[in-house]
Write a protein that binds this ligand. Sequence first.
Ligand SMILES: C[S@@+](CC[C@H](N)C(=O)[O-])C[C@H]1O[C@@H](n2cnc3c(N)ncnc32)[C@H](O)[C@@H]1O
Length: 263
Amino acid sequence: MDLNDFHDEHYLRLLFDLQVDETTFAGGRNLTSVKEHIRWLYSTIVDSNPNKRLLDLGCGIGHYTREFAKLGYEAIGVDISPLCIDYAKSISPSNLDCHYLCADFTGHELPRNNGTIIYSNSTFNLLPREIARKLLERVYEALAPAGIFYIEVLHPHQILEDSVNVKAHPFHNLGFGFNRPVIVLSDKMENIASQTIYERQFWINKETYEVTTNDVIVYCYSSEEYTTLLANVGFRNVTQWPGKPPKLSDLEFGPYTIFTGTK
Ligand SMILES: C[S@@+](CC[C@H](N)C(=O)[O-])C[C@H]1O[C@@H](n2cnc3c(N)ncnc32)[C@H](O)[C@@H]1O
């Protein structure tokens, strides 16, 4: 299986399981944290455009899409995973202006002039570079005038700056898979030549010793590259937000990195 193969059923099942499990922070979304995060986004990076429309690229199970809808946005979430989209639809209150589309956003036409915000959380740097670059051009075209694009980098510390190194982190009821009877070993290799982080996780069930694995490739950019990528397609006011929502997580997962650009 190719890594990050969003057409692979096994990989999609794994991503879905992680997202719906509120006890993990492995892409897992604890609703309290999501709400704090959105409150922080909203109060820190103000959207001054009165025409509130949101397109959430790679919306997963739609926690962020829904929270934006609750803030008065007409929100559309797009995700390639039918599991995620079906689940997002099933938990979305019918009184919210919140819609979901199961599609590959790299091929599907993005609604034009239809976003005052286009939001991509923890998705952009899972995409191979060339695809990510083309996506930026399409995002720019799709945005309404004065619209804002947000990229949230998948994990903190994935701004490439180090030489090649390998780390193994044993977690015991902590971090990945906490509240589950598992120990997770994470073997992380930063590759300067390809500017990627290759992370292999081994989930060891403490009772049965069964091992499951989860491999992911993250495409890394430096801060300057993010800024240049956004500026090159025409975004103005390109800004890096190094902060994190206060008390986002008890796990102190690290500072979030967000880039924004205005059309
Ligand atoms: C790490 S999850 C993030 C989910 C959500 N944004 C969040 O922060 O909770 C990445 C999501 O991107 C979706 N995705 C990746 N490539 C995609 C593509 N080409 N088209 C649509 N969705 C995609 C995956 O299915 C997955 O749900």
